[in-house]
Design a protein around this ligand. Structure first.
Ligand code: ADP
Ligand code: MG
Length: 320
């Protein structure tokens, strides 16, 4: 299963002074579910538009199923189903009629399209809403209809931009589960973008962490945190008495800075968090006591998802 399906080579997109996508290298393989995850403004949508031939790269190359979308956009669209972040349908047509219309655009007869549409509506859990106008669908239902719509043309690849945007957490979870099921059953390659790291990561075979136009790490979550925090694998957290004088906390900070291996210190009220290259729990305990502070709790852990979230996605809405 190591056949490259999407290849980005040095891909760059510049808008005037802004480099929205910055020399991106990435290969996605057949059958993979790949998550392009990053905060708002990272350049995810811009990357997706270039993959589809909807935006021209400033530099670099793209191949999708061996096709260059810059020179052959129509061929790419034949193989790739795209679910944009603001998927729209004809409001006055029913869900079924919308899918039949798509089928006919893809050169099916009306009968073929109707059969396929009914089958897909059932697969995405919309059978009961098939004859309801799309204008009455909820956001979650529209996403399901969008998925069915994309499947009408038997795509090799599905690209979804922010697929869970605007769906409640339960609906989002169900929708993500549906994506996994369909992609595994049909061995479709899926590229999805999201700024909900915590929500989306678990369905992805691999993740690329995309920040300010750059892919800063690629892999599964465990290897991602190893790569991102290679120089500071330990987090030591301590709580001291709420009523500790600020001057003592400042003294403590001075002492902590001097401990070998300390990379970063956050002090928030009585809560102290230290990022360190080695396990310095004992030294931290000693420092706190020597400074004359009352130590109430002390713990040590290794970096994980929460820390990736905190560092790169903070302030972006933490929907789980
Ligand atoms: P994401 O999808 O990760 O939220 P985008 O790809 O939409 O990020 O945007 C990346 C950056 O490029 C942002 O700073 C955005 O303002 C800028 N950008 C996107 N599209 C355009 C455009 N058509 N013209 C100018 N700047 C744009
Ligand atoms: Mg976007």
């Amino acid at each position: 299963m190591n056949e490259p399906i999407i290849i980005l080579n040095d891909l760059t997109k510049q808008y005037d002074q802004l480099v929205a996508v910055d020399h991106l290298h990435l290969t996605i393989y057949r059958g993979e579910i790949f998550g392009l995850l990053g905060p708002n403004g990272a350049g995810k949508s811009t990357t997706i538009l270039m993959l589809l031939g909807l935006s021209e790269p400033t530099a670099g190359e793209v191949r999708v199923c061996g096709i260059n979308p810059v020179t052959h956009p129509v061929e790419v669209k034949r193989k790739v189903g795209y679910l944009p972040d603001n998927v729209r349908f004809y409001d006055d047509l029913t869900g079924l009629e919308n899918l039949i219309y798509t089928g006919q655009l893809n050169r099916m007869t009306k009968k073929q399209a109707r059969e396929k549409a009914l089958h897909l509506l059932s697969r995405v859990g919309l059978s009961e809403a098939a004859h309801q106008k799309a204008g009455t669908y909820s956001r979650g239902m529209l996403q399901r209809l969008g998925l069915a719509d994309v499947l009408m043309k038997d795509p090799e690849v599905i690209i979804m931009d922010e697929p869970t945007l605007g769906i409640d957490p339960t609906g989002a979870k169900e929708f993500l589960a549906l994506i996994v099921k369909l992609s595994k059953e049909e061995s479709i390659t899926v590229l999805l973008s999201s700024h909900y790291l915590l929500q989306v990561q678990e369905i992805c075979d691999r993740i690329g962490l995309f920040v300010k136009g750059k892919l800063i790490a690629v892999g599964d979550i465990a290897s991602l945190s190893r790569k991102l925090f290679a120089n500071e694998p330990f987090i030591i957290e301590a709580t001291v008495d709420q009523l500790s004088p600020i001057s003592r906390l400042q003294d403590l900070k001075q002492v902590l800075v001097g401990i070998e291996g300390v990379k970063q210190i956050d002090v928030q009220n009585a809560h102290i968090r230290i990022f360190a290259a080695k396990d310095i729990t004992a030294q931290v305990a000693r420092a706190i006591v020597h400074t004359g502070l009352d130590l109430l709790s002390l713990s040590k852990r290794e970096h994980g998802l929460e820390d990736i979230y905190r560092r790169y996605f903070e302030g972006d809405g933490m929907e789980a």
